[in-house]
Design a protein. Sequence first.
Length: 300
Amino acid sequence: MLIVVAGSTGLIGRTVVSELREAGHEVRRLVRREPAAEDEHEWDPASGTIAREALDGADAVINLCGSSFQGRWNAARKRRIRASRIEPARTLSEAVAKHGIPTLLNASSLSFYGNTGDVAADETSGEGSGFLAEMVVDWEAATAVARDAGSRVVLLRTGLVLSPDGGLLSLLRPPVQWGMGGRLGDGRQYVAWISMPDEIAAIRFLLDNPDISGPVNLCAPDPVTNGEFTKALGRALRRPVLLPVPKAVVRAVLGEAADELALISLRVVPRVLCDAGFTFRHTDFDTALADVLRPSMPDR
């Protein structure tokens, strides 16, 4: 297949490009600068422009664009979070429709469901409330042009991706390694996670299964609580996890973002993937952490 990837320099994008090429696919990368390699093609999602030849003959487009949710939010940061997702999705959806490209896989987030508490949500569940949930609704809606034109659109609602190379795990490791890690708040909020190998395998699975469209939850079948997550990270890093972080402290550090990132409960399950026969490599959180962290673990 000839696959065009946007967001190819991000945590997931780098691995997707490498894995697709190893599998024998031809990959073109969209970049927002002067192309520096044969496989690069310039685009500007803010203005809706893409190099004319970038999508010629493409079988699929994978859009993984989006700036990080992490950190303290203000009005400008929230505008960037929205624009970095909605503008690329709209531009690519229109291009997919114009070129008659059969498949668009567009990044999305489990934040769609808002705070699920102790109730397990799947792809049939409705949207939640809050800035991120509302943003995801608009993000996914930006792909409607491609869907209405007859292209297969898959919405990759991704959870916390376990990787030693970046993402939330890279932020959580140092405090635990320094003996300062602990559960956030009461620790009962759920974390929907997926290992990087399963994230990439799921994307490839969805590329190869033309009968699947719409939202797909990319997360392991067994979400864990924040308390379980923190204890498992301590075990994996061979460090004690002793000091819980009160909700007031989390909110003081993260402000508005605290209740949608650190303290939110996302108990979400991957019904579509499981029903379609996808086999997860990692379903146990301890095993997933050990496998992901093993290459970078210090000798003891």
